[in-house]
Design a protein around this ligand. Structure first.
Ligand SMILES: [Zn+2]
Ligand SMILES: [Zn+2]
Length: 584
């Protein structure tokens, strides 16, 4: 059984949540708890009267400054304090930046019922299997047409286009108009000239008949001008490549690009090819989407990688994870020759059907270098003149279309780092929205619609918005100091001093031993070590001279300080110093 995760909160603490005043009657409170200072850990709470509805509970991946941390989740202190008001959670779609925090957070906010569509519910269930110690979720499957009552709040849905099926947007009814959050969306476009399909026009048609009070909308691709490439276009090009390629074809994409994976299977079957699926997340997602009845695999389409060599080379397509250069993913293991069965060779083609997530550039470069070194050809998102990838998020053109279609009175940009939110604000201003009707939030901002829906404002008090880190391995809380130690160890190394001390006289028997890792190469640093040893011995004896009985903790501190100062003088590094005093 997996132990409960360790959690830690960074000290960016505001104790301000105590002072957030109670919600006045008739006002509506909106609190983005995550996702507005980053891409990831999306979560928003909406409060009216005695009820709170939560939209999405995602996680984010840690930055390089958080060694050993698995995930970052939103700080839900406010909801914990108000859990008797939390009537339900609605999840827009099955991506982890909208679902990843569920196992860690649901229990803390009172395990309210969770509403979502079928495929998303299957993804969540699968993930919960990894947490058998948690109570089961009260999960309720709804459809695009459903209308549910959470306390006094009426919630409706509408289908949206994204890279994963069963994505929907959320509509919350208020006395002053609708609150709309489409979740992650792009438009299904007819061709590349930015004309939405009739189906899409129909979906958003509801907003022409009803008044929207507030729009919360995705800012991911606000910096990309024009319209996104329709996924259909990508599918066409993938078909062209799969059809005509000579030799083996490897396709690397995100496991989250579920619609594309399904399409690839379809094409592979159409041209009588065989498919090898490599990567756990990809296999899982394929299984779940079949369970959901979204498609059906023909019996002998998928072959094991051991069997791949039994087929002519141009009959084999390998679908693999790791297009971002992830260290342990299938593509990287094949590229650096650590994969058990598959190696690249001359005549192979590798198609990287995904854009590079910012921050992964160097890893992707390495991946490509390793593949190229083995003689395989690479077709990537950047070098290809045909579209072999399209994002799941609408470009500026689509975002503009959404604003014009929904015509909200108030607007809060979400799903993006601060600069993206600001650009999204600029777009709303360009479209004629008054500045006072737009709020650019931070995680934990408390926003209120007051004066019977006439005014929107941000309260000076925010709710707790610390960075909560989850570390899946341990049992206890991961404290700030743990992360700091990990950083120090990785950057400065460690320095252990073992001394045998006579508990009665305080004298050190023999010269202390030194063990060091990641600091200096011991063999080349004899002089430094020699001095450190005699310094430690001298300081132990000095500090214990008049001490009876000996306070060993005090002595350790002295050594840490004195030896630390010496090592810094000599090396300009501050290794973690661990004095071990053995009393005899
Ligand atoms: Zn998504
Ligand atoms: Zn997202």
């Amino acid at each position: 059984m997996k132990p409960p995760p360790r959690m830690r909160r960074a000290p960016r603490a505001t104790s301000a949540e105590k002072t957030v005043p109670p919600l006045a009657e008739g006002n509506i409170r909106i609190i983005p708890l995550g996702g507005v200072e980053e891409i990831g850990k999306n979560m928003t709470a909406i409060e009216m009267g005695n009820d709170i509805v939560v939209i999405d509970i995602g996680f984010a991946f840690p930055t390089e400054e958080m060694p050993g941390v698995d995930y970052i989740i939103p700080d839900v202190t406010y909801l914990e304090k108000n859990k008797e008001k939390v009537r339900g959670v609605v999840i827009t779609h099955g991506h982890l930046d909208h679902t990843g925090g569920i196992p860690y957070i649901m229990g803390r906010i009172g395990n309210p019922p969770l509403y979502t569509r079928n495929l998303t519910s299957l993804f969540i269930k699968k993930r919960m299997d990894e947490f058998p110690h948690l109570p089961p979720l009260d999960m309720r499957v709804v459809e695009n047409e459903s209308k549910i009552k959470l306390g006094e709040i009426t919630v409706r849905f509408f289908g949206v286009t994204h890279t994963i099926p069963d994505s929907f947007g959320i509509i919350i009814e208020t006395p002053y108009g609708l609150i709309v959050n489409p979740g992650d969306y792009k438009l299904d476009l007819d061709g590349v000239d930015g004309k939405p399909t009739n189906e899409e026009e129909k979906r958003y048609g509801i907003f022409e008949k009803e008044k929207t009070l507030l729009l919360l909308a995705d800012s991911t691709n606000i910096e990309n001008p024009g319209f996104s490439v329709p996924e259909r276009e990508t599918h066409k090009n993938l078909e062209e490549i799969i059809k005509s390629i000579k030799g083996r074809l490897f396709i690397g994409t995100f496991a989250s690009q579920l619609e594309r994976m399904i399409k690839i299977v379809e094409i592979v079957e159409k041209y009588g090819r065989k498919l090898v699926i490599e990567g756990r997340s990809m296999k899982t997602n394929m299984e779940i989407s079949q369970l959901a009845g979204l498609w059906k695999l023909k019996k002998d389409t998928v072959i094991s990688m051991q069997d791949a060599s039994k087929y002519p080379e141009d009959k084999v397509v390998v679908l693999a994870t790791g297009a971002q250069g992830e260290e342990f993913a299938a593509l990287m293991r094949m590229a650096n020759k650590t994969h058990k069965y598959l190696r690249f060779k001359k005549g192979d083609t590798v198609l990287l059907s995904s854009s590079i997530v910012p921050g992964n550039e160097i890893a992707v470069q390495k991946l490509k270098d390793n593949i190229a070194r083995q003689g395989a050809k690479i077709i990537s998102y950047r070098t290809s003149d045909v579209y072999i990838h399209s994002s799941g998020h609408g470009n500026r053109g689509e975002i503009e279309w959404l604003h014009k279609k929904i015509k909200p009175k108030f607007f809060i940009p979400i799903h993006g780092s601060h600069h993206k939110l600001r650009q999204h604000e600029d777009l709303a201003l360009e479209l004629g929205m008054p500045e006072k009707n737009i709020i650019v939030p931070d995680n934990g901002s408390v926003i209120e619609i007051t004066d019977k829906g006439q005014k929107i404002q941000i309260l000076k008090e925010g709710v707790s918005n610390r960075v909560v880190m989850v570390d899946g391995l341990g049992q206890n809380n991961v404290e700030e100091v743990v992360i700091r130690d990990r950083q120090m160890l990785s950057q400065e190394g460690m320095f252990v001093i073992v001394a045998i001390v006579d508990a009665r006289t305080g004298r050190v028997r023999k010269s202390p031993d030194i063990i060091s890792r990641g600091f200096v190469y011991l063999k080349d640093s004899q002089e430094l070590l020699h001095h450190a040893r005699s310094l430690a011995k001298k300081k132990i004896e000095e500090s214990t001279a008049a001490m009876h009985p000996i306070n060993f903790d005090y002595v350790k501190n002295v050594i840490r300080e004195e030896v630390g100062r010496y090592l810094f003088q000599k090396t300009h590094h501050r290794p973690i110093i661990l004095p071990v005093l053995i009393e005899v």
